[in-house]
Write a protein that binds this ligand. Structure first.
Ligand SMILES: *[C@@H]1O[C@H](CO)[C@@H](O)[C@H](O)[C@H]1NC(C)=O
Ligand SMILES: *[C@@H]1O[C@H](CO)[C@@H](O)[C@H](O)[C@H]1NC(C)=O
Ligand SMILES: *[C@@H]1O[C@H](CO)[C@@H](O)[C@H](O)[C@H]1NC(C)=O
Length: 221
């Protein structure tokens, strides 16, 4: 009896670890969009003047997005009955684009899309995942730490190293993405596998940055 039980435990532990290995999950990317540049590419209904959450993406150790799964999509309609959750999602994770013929549920479709493409591939439940995304977004203040280094969203251009050094000192090395190579579009900050602490993005991850040496930091037209 005892021996069977031990074998069962060993198999169970083995199964758990092989599931983890298959997914390749290592940590998260907290991806933050800069709306004035995002809104050059799509027509925006809303034009926030602070960075907004694009998503919290589970990645493997080299920073590649994990494959999504068929994990059931959370029921946002019922989750949003929690009024304070709805307010926070709306403020920090807004859907910026507009669609032909106003779609009142566009923001929910955006969150469902982010869940289907990214959230479904991560190891935690939907509530922990969504609450973590909001909590992490709220604990980042990119405008303040850039401003402290003399970098303002005023349409002027600044050295790429200026942005990176300012962000690195506060949250670890980021990955910057630009539109046309010189307009700051997205800042990715790396987060540990528990979705708790900021960590430096690795050199391999940073190679996916695509900005020139000098980057413009525009404001809304
Ligand atoms: C991460 O994922 C990419 C793309 O699926 C794959 O090519 C790469 O080998 C993976 N890296 C590791 C360390 O698993
Ligand atoms: C994974 O994401 C893609 C792109 O959004 C989507 O077309 C596909 O249906 C998703 N797969 C699953 C299993 O949810
Ligand atoms: C409602 O949402 C807030 C903000 O996200 C969260 O702190 C709180 O735990 C939620 N309440 C319930 C009952 O889920």
């Amino acid at each position: 009896m005892k021996i069977n039980f031990c074998i069962f435990i060993v198999l169970f532990v083995y199964c758990i670890s092989s599931v983890e290995n298959n997914s390749g999950f290592d940590h998260f990317w907290l991806v933050l969009s800069w709306p004035p540049v995002y809104c050059l590419q799509i027509r925006c209904e809303r034009k926030p003047t602070d960075f907004v959450l694009h998503g919290l993406w589970p990645v493997n150790s080299t920073g590649h997005s994990l494959k999504n799964s068929t994990n059931g999509t959370p029921n946002f309609y019922s989750m949003l009955r929690n009024h304070s959750f709805g307010i926070e999602m709306d403020e920090h994770w807004p859907s910026l684009g507009s669609k032909e013929g106003r779609d009142p549920y566009k923001h929910i479709r955006f969150w469902e899309h982010e869940w289907e493409e990214h959230g479904s591939g991560q190891p935690y439940g939907d509530t922990y995942y969504l609450q973590s995304a909001i909590r992490l977004r709220k604990s980042v203040n990119l405008l303040r730490i850039l401003r402290n280094q003399g970098i303002f969203p005023d349409g002027r251009s600044y050295w790429e190293t200026g942005y990176v050094d300012a962000i690195k000192d506060a949250y670890g090395y980021p990955v910057l993405k630009c539109f046309n190579g010189y307009l700051l579009k997205e800042v990715t900050i790396c987060v540990d596998g528990q979705a708790r602490s900021f960590i430096s993005c690795s050199p391999a991850e940073r190679r996916s940055a695509n900005c020139h040496n000098v980057i413009s930091f525009p404001r809304h037209k």
